[in-house]
Design a protein around this ligand. Structure first.
Ligand SMILES: Nc1ncnc2c1ncn2[C@@H]1O[C@H](COP(=O)(O)OP(=O)(O)OP(=O)(O)O)[C@@H](O)[C@H]1O
Ligand SMILES: [Mg+2]
Length: 243
C-alpha cells in the first residue's frame, strides 16, 4: 500500500445529480487506524460521499484516494481495500446467505475454500449460523444488518465503511456491534462510520467530520468537540439546527 498513513484522502470533491449540487468542494482525510464518524443531517451528502469513495458514484471534479491509490484509475485495488456496509440492503434474492458471502469474497479474489471458512466464522460470530441456508428474505431486519456487516468483512478489508450500521438494531445487537467495531479498530482497521446516534459517535470515534448541505462544516478530534459541549450540542451548532 502506498502513502500508508492516509487511508482516505478526498480533495475538492464536487458532485452534481443533474442540476442539483450534492457535494461542494468536499476536502478531508482519514488517517490509517482512525475511527472516523461522518455526521450530518438527512440529505447532507454522507452516502453520496461514501459512494464516491467506493466508486459507485461519478463526480465532476476533485479526487479521491484510498491508501494513495486513485479510486478512478485504480478502481480494483481501492475497492479491495474497502468493505462497505451500505445504508440500504442490496442482497441477491436467489442466493442463500452463506452463498451470498462466498460469492462476495470471490469478487475480491478469495479462494472458494477460504471464503467458505470465513463465511462460517462470520456467521458464527454474528449468530447467523443456523440461518446459513436461508435466503436473506427470511431474516429479520436486525439479522439483515448483521448479514450486511458479514458481507463487508468477508475479504478482511483494511477500511470498513459503515453507513448507519446500527439503524434499527435492538440494544443488545447495538452493543455487540460496537464491541466488535472497537475490537477491529484496536486491531488496526480504519473505520469510517455514519450515524444519526450521537452516543454512537461519542463512544466509538476518535475523529469527527460534519457535513451540511454538501459542505464540510467542522472536522476535528472528538475530544475537541466535547470539551465545552456534548456532541449533540456541538452538532446542532455546526449545522445550524435548532433543538
Ligand atoms: N441518485 C440520486 N439522484 C438524485 N439526487 C440524489 C441521488 N442520491 C442522492 N441524491 C440527493 O443528494 C443529496 C444527498 O443525499 P445523500 O443520500 O448523500 O444524503 P445523506 O447525508 O446520506 O442522508 P441520510 O442521512 O438521509 O442518509 C440529497 O438531496 C439527495 O436527494
Ligand atoms: Mg445516507
Amino acid at each position: 500500500m502506498r502513502n500508508s498513513e492516509i487511508a482516505i484522502s478526498i480533495k475538492g470533491l464536487v458532485k452534481y445529480y443533474r442540476d442539483f449540487q450534492a457535494l461542494r468542494n468536499v476536502t478531508f482525510q482519514v488517517n490509517r487506524g482512525d475511527f472516523f464518524a461522518f455526521l450530518g443531517p438527512n440529505g447532507a451528502g454522507k452516502t453520496t460521499t461514501i459512494n464516491t469513495i467506493t466508486g459507485l458514484s461519478q463526480y465532476q471534479s476533485g479526487s479521491v484516494q484510498v491508501f494513495g491509490y486513485d479510486t478512478k484509475r485504480n478502481y480494483i485495488q481501492t475497492r479491495r481495500l474497502i468493505g462497505l456496509c451500505a445504508q440500504e440492503f442490496n442482497f441477491d434474492p436467489y442466493l442463500s446467505i452463506h452463498q451470498l458471502l462466498k460469492y462476495q469474497a470471490g469478487y475480491f479474489g478469495v479462494s472458494a475454500f477460504q471464503a467458505s471458512r470465513r463465511a462460517d466464522e462470520l456467521l458464527e460470530r454474528f449468530q447467523l449460523r443456523d440461518k446459513r441456508n436461508l435466503k436473506h428474505r427470511a431474516l429479520s431486519g436486525g439479522m439483515k444488518k448483521r448479514l450486511a456487516l458479514c458481507r463487508a468483512l468477508i475479504h478482511d478489508p483494511e477500511i470498513l465503511i459503515l453507513d448507519e450500521p446500527t439503524a434499527g438494531c435492538d440494544l443488545e445487537l447495538k452493543f455487540r456491534i460496537w464491541d466488535y467495531l472497537k475490537q477491529l479498530n484496536n486491531e488496526g482497521k480504519t473505520i469510517f462510520l455514519t450515524t444519526h446516534y450521537m452516543e454512537e459517535a461519542e463512544r466509538l470515534c476518535k475523529t469527527i467530520g460534519i457535513i451540511n448541505h454538501g459542505s464540510i462544516v467542522r472536522i476535528g478530534n472528538k475530544k475537541d468537540f466535547i470539551k465545552e459541549k456534548n456532541l449533540e450540542a456541538a452538532f446542532l451548532e455546526a449545522t445550524g439546527l435548532e433543538h
